[in-house]
Design a binder for this molecule. Structure first.
Ligand code: BES
Ligand code: MN
Ligand code: ZN
Length: 485
């Protein structure tokens, strides 16, 4: 199913097509008299008497060709509630089987800006499906015409929503692709194609990475027949060369665990172990599409973690790009090795205002926070507060977790500067974050988002119908828009 939205002002007094109309929290329809016929009005009035007015949405089939949807604007709606309403409406469209809708923005009584934009944004996000490998695809085309003069969304804001949807969908596409298709070689190629949007793309292949000394990253990929890459994506929306904001992502295209092999059950989930990188890519694409007035850089480490004759062994010691040595005690703790080199490199090369990394880093964060919150670890209270706030706003929530020198001690190693796992003390997500922190050499404000529980939704969530969520794209776009642009 695909959805087409038109903002043309059709001035139909009593249209014959399906209607989407807005009412107050009590489904009071007196204001709708000028938008529907008198027989429709009395029909709906009658049925409302026996309807559950606590609902957010009710629909009335006035005849086989026409349905009237009433969306109730409850008290104290937030923008995320409006997006959820749009997503809910998508569920009704699925059920209703009709394809043409007229949404009348004049019926909206609300002070919230871009009401229609948020409503349709939610609908659009919920409508995403990944079906390129299905032989039979739904050809259904839904068209929604927005009419009315009030509460419209400006053309500029329509484009912003569209950019955000495209960025989110790009991230979801990348996460949804299976490991045999989206391996690091293919991933690097797809990133190269983002040049056409005005992003400056730099691809560091194995030869270059060796020269730079990124052995933590390279070690993870050495058992794979595919390449290992670090890719940088720069967006310079400001004419000056002020310090960029930096976003760093874990791009493990498939994580078998390596020689520390994972069990078979649910190993297929590890096709989404590159979701952190996909969020960074989706964000950068969105910034370019909407020509954001900001300098930003995205950095992703692309690699496949495989066992094999040349694979990294438990007990191996590697020298990272920072110069610090790491004893690999478990080859399945590979994400932190990828990020270690990527973080040091990003800090050194771009001297960013801050670094935010995203990674499906630990199963332990799912134990702590499930699929409600991503884990937030940070050395900076201001950045943390900003992230927590925008997370609530766009409903991509975060929960701050602790960092402490006593946790840091747990990854000291007898044989090297550190080891990649801790054997005592639990707190697996925190010790992973402590590991990352050791690779920030110049005290740059930094936040690490462990999104292992957020990147993929088995049963669907408010704004997705199951599968890749694109978590992080809207969160970081909101951070930029609200605090840095
Ligand atoms: N990619 C996994 C973490 C993960 C688990 C993501 C489940 C999404 C769902 C990561 O590379 C990993 O294997 N972590 C290990 C670390 C352990 C070996 C210290 C884990 O969480 O078990
Ligand atoms: Mn792993
Ligand atoms: Zn992993």
């Amino acid at each position: 199913m695909s959805i087409q939205i038109n903002y043309k002002n059709i001035d139909l007094k009593k249209p014959s097509t399906n209607l989407v109309l807005f009412v107050d929290e009590n489904f009071n329809i007196n204001g709708l008299k000028k938008h529907i016929t008198s027989s429709e009005f009395s029909y709906v009035s009658d049925l409302l008497k026996n309807s559950d007015l606590k609902k957010n949405l009710l629909f009335f089939e006035v005849n086989s060709k026409k349905t009237i949807f009433l969306v109730s604007i409850k008290k104290d709606l937030k923008t995320s509630d409006i997006e959820n309403l749009g997503a809910k409406f998508h569920g009704y469209i699925n059920y209703d089987k009709k394809n043409d809708y007229l949404l009348n923005s004049d019926t909206i009584n609300s002070k919230i800006e871009n009401f229609v934009g948020h409503f349709l944004h939610g609908l659009k996000l919920k409508s995403y499906e990944f079906n390129i490998y299905k032989s039979k695809k739904s050809k259904r085309l839904i068209s929604i015409n927005v009419t009315g003069n009030k509460n419209k969304t400006s053309v500029q804001n329509q484009l912003r929503f569209k950019a955000l949807e495209e960025g989110t969908f790009f991230a979801r596409d990348l996460v949804s692709e299976p490991g045999n298709i989206l391996h690091p070689d293919e991933y690097a190629k797809r990133l190269s194609s983002l040049k056409k949007h005005g992003l400056k793309i730099n691809i560091y292949d194995e030869k270059k990475l060796k020269k730079l000394g990124m052995n933590a990253l390279l070690g993870v990929g050495q058992g794979s027949i595919r390449g290992t890459y670090l890719v940088t994506m720069e967006w310079n929306g400001l004419k000056n060369n002020s310090k960029p904001l930096a976003f760093v992502g874990k791009g493990v295209c498939f994580d078998t665990g390596g020689i520390s092999l994972k069990p078979a059950k649910f190993m297929e989930d590890m096709t989404y172990d590159m979701a952190g990188s996909a969020a960074v890519v989706g964000l950068m694409k969105n910034l370019a599409l909407r020509k954001a007035k900001i300098n930003a850089v995205g950095v992703v480490g692309l690699v496949e973690n495989m066992p094999g004759g040349n694979a990294q062994r438990p007990g191996d010691i590697v020298k990272s790009y920072s110069g610090k040595t790491i004893e690999i005690l478990n080859t399945d703790a590979e994400g932190r090795l990828v990020l270690a080199d990527a973080l040091t490199f990003t800090e050194k090369k771009f001297k960013p205002r801050f670094m935010v990394d995203l990674a499906t880093l630990t199963g332990a964060i799912i134990v702590s926070l499930g699929s409600e919150y991503a884990g937030l670890f940070s050395n900076d209270d201001k950045l943390s507060k900003q992230l927590l706030d925008v997370g609530e706003k766009v409903d991509e929530k975060l929960w701050r977790m602790p960092l402490h020198k006593n946790f840091d001690k747990l990854i000291n190693s007898k044989n090297a500067d550190m080891q990649n796992i801790n054997y005592v003390g639990g707190a697996g997500s925190t010790t992973a974050a402590q590991f990352l922190q050791r690779f920030i050499l110049n005290k740059t404000p930094w936040a690490h988002l462990d999104i292992a529980g957020m990147a993929f939704s088995k049963y669907g969530g408010a704004l997705n119908s199951g599968g890749a969520t694109g978590y992080g794209v809207r969160l970081l776009n909101q951070l930029i828009e609200e605090h840095y642009e």
